[in-house]
Design a binder for this molecule. Structure first.
Ligand code: UDP
Length: 236
């Protein structure tokens, strides 16, 4: 029995790039698709939000002279590209899925609504909610908090390259230790970079717990769903 009935899985664009660091790594994509199919087979309803950092980020574009709003719109389109890639990888292994877009762009995807996402998940389809929030100056972390709250997910699973929340960046500080669980208030007071402040505040106010774990280790999504303590729970 899975621990959660409905999840919002947030995947970063960067991790989709795998070893390539940019663009899409087909092997990583296929691995993610297999793990997601396994979650559906466990009876879990799966909603997904993917970032776009492997292709374009509005803020770094602004530093290079791009207009910030247009740069963010490019970033949102990047999340749609990643979502279509995941959809195609899920199709290839026979996992039904649906791409919903925050901005109207039919026939690429259907315009998102909470009810479309929920009815897709209830039919056993993976609902891939692309385009972030549809608004500039936000991130896909905020997009996934928003969608997670809207679709009434039991938890947001944040699949990253690290296996949880640490006292400091474990890639820079070898003395950093991992929290098995931590409150949102402590994340904010310690200035820990779990998600940006807007996303953290939304989850805190709406009581959506986040579980941070390493999605790049094959089998970890199943382990989280089975209740194994492979990451960090952030809660109120
Ligand atoms: N973005 C946006 N509004 C949103 C979500 C994303 O403008 O609601 C843009 C923003 O430019 C961001 C880019 O899309 O930099 C890619 O998203 P993000 O940086 O969150 O991707 P990740 O870091 O997860 O790969």
């Amino acid at each position: 029995m899975a621990k959660f009935k409905r999840i919002l899985l947030k995947l970063s664009g960067e991790s989709l790039a795998g070893e390539k660091k940019q663009g899409i790594d087909e092997e990583r994509l296929a691995e993610y698709a297999r793990q997601i199919k396994e979650a559906v087979e466990m009876g879990v309803q799966v909603g997904i939000v993917i970032g776009g950092g492997n292709i374009f980020r509005g803020l770094s574009g602004a530093g290079k002279g791009f207009d910030r709003v247009k740069g963010d719109q490019m970033g949102m389109c990047a999340t749609v590209i990643n979502s279509l890639a995941l959809s195609s990888a899920l199709d290839a292994i026979g996992q039904p899925n649906r791409v919903l877009t925050a901005i109207g762009m039919e026939p690429i995807g259907e315009l998102y609504s909470k009810w479309k996402a929920i009815s897709a998940m209830e039919r056993g389809e993976v609902a891939i909610m692309s385009g972030g929030t549809g608004c500039p100056y936000f991130t896909t972390d905020t997009g996934s908090s928003l969608r997670g709250i809207e679709i009434e997910a039991d938890v947001m699973l944040k699949g990253t390259r690290v296996d949880g929340v640490y006292t400091a960046d474990p890639e820079k500080d070898p003395a950093a230790t991992k929290f098995p669980s931590i409150t949102y208030a402590e994340v904010i007071s310690r200035g820990l970079k779990v998600m940006d402040i807007t996303a953290t505040a939304m989850c805190m106010q709406n009581n959506l717990p986040i579980y941070v774990f390493n999605m790049d280790i094959v089998g970890n999504l199943r382990r989280v769903l089975e209740g194994e303590l492979v990451g960090t729970l952030v809660h109120n």
